[in-house]
Write a protein that binds this ligand. Structure first.
Ligand code: DAH
Length: 335
């Protein structure tokens, strides 16, 4: 049995429901809140259903009045909910669009390109300068045998000069080349003079690592064989090259000794108040040429071995050779 209710009571309830629902719908912040509201207002167990459920307690003549009023309210609330949902959806879309906005007129941030390692660019600069003087680039193997690395360069097995270069031996007469000079021999074996070559490459020595030494480093070998070459050509070539590379740094030639050149010299440049050796050089020893079947009465020449790391360090003001091998991008990006 339904309790008795008056028309006024239900009308008031519907009025209150309307006022509160209109306010709540307009204040709903998002789709989820709106859906909760819809269920609590119009759902099967919602507030409108509850009011309609109590219509049984009305006088029968009052029922259509309330029924009609409830229907109008239901439609009104449905419209309000639909409109509000549309607005919330539009608002969410606008927010998304403004968050993901792309300004196609913005300048691009740029693609980070890598660039060449300072040792490679230094090698290239050295090679370029010699190529400008008519030299050709040649390369030789990093794994050498005793003949090319030592014997053909006038360094027999018991020669004390072998102590100058601590060698990584690989067994079976193989070793990691200790200098680029074996490329001289490989080149002369195949090409009769005149020759003018530069040979860049890695070389290996059993040196302990410190600020100026590394067990792997880089050299550029220079060789010129022709008729009538003498020490003045060597000196002129080296001076012209150093001036192009370093500008006006002071240079000095020091008498030295290498088994495959006679006379021999080392070349220093003055850097940060000290003399720094940057290459060994000399006139190719006639014995080296004769061993290769080249007439040393007719052909003479000069050779040099340049330490690429030294050139790179002086050029860029780098004080520690180890920085060149650590692959630290903060360092490398400066060049
Ligand atoms: N090969 C020598 C070294 O690594 C450097 C050198 C000296 C090369 C004199 C030469 C030269 O071509 O003529 O210590």
């Amino acid at each position: 049995m339904s309790e008795t209710v008056s028309l006024k009571q239900l009308t008031d309830e519907l009025d209150q429901l309307e006022t509160k629902a209109v306010k709540d719908i307009s204040e709903a912040l998002d789709e989820q809140a709106l859906e909760h509201l819809r269920i609590s207002l119009l759902g099967k167990k919602g507030r409108l259903s509850r009011i309609l459920g109590s219509m049984g307690g009305l006088k029968s003549s009052d029922r259509p009045v309330i029924g009609q009023r409830a229907n109008v309210l239901k439609n009104q609330l449905q419209d309000l909910l639909t409109n509000k949902l549309k607005r919330l959806k539009n608002k969410a879309l606008d927010e998304l669009l403004s968050k993901e906005k792309i300004d196609v007129t913005m300048p691009p941030s740029g693609i980070p390109f890598g660039h060449r390692h300072p040792l490679i660019s230094t090698t290239d600069q050295i090679i370029d300068l010699f190529c400008g003087l008519g030299y050709e680039v040649k390369e030789g193997p990093e794994i050498e045998n005793d003949f090319y690395n030592f014997e053909a360069l006038n360094i027999p097995p018991d020669h004390p000069a072998r102590d100058m270069q601590d060698t990584f031996y690989l067994g079976d007469n193989l070793l990691l080349r200790t200098h680029t000079s074996p490329v001289q021999i490989r080149c002369l074996e195949k090409n009769p003079p005149p020759v003018r070559i530069v040979a860049p490459g890695r070389v290996f020595r059993r040196d302990a690592v410190d600020a100026t030494h590394s067990p792997v480093f880089h050299q550029v070998e220079v060789l010129a064989i022709d008729e009538g070459l003498d020490f003045s050509h060597l000196r002129g070539t080296v001076m012209a090259f150093l001036k192009s590379f370093f500008g006006d740094l002071p240079v000095r030639f020091r008498a030295s000794y290498f088994p495959f050149t006679e006379p021999s010299a080392e070349v220093d440049v003055q850097w940060r108040g000290r003399w720094l050796e940057v290459m060994g050089c000399g006139m190719v020893d006639p014995a080296v040429l004769e061993e290769l079947g080249i007439d040393s009465e007719r052909w003479t020449g000069f050779a040099a071995g340049l330490g690429v790391e030294r050139f790179c360090m002086v050029r860029h003001g780098i004080d520690d050779i180890r920085k060149l091998y650590t692959s630290d991008l903060r360092f490398l990006e400066q060049f």
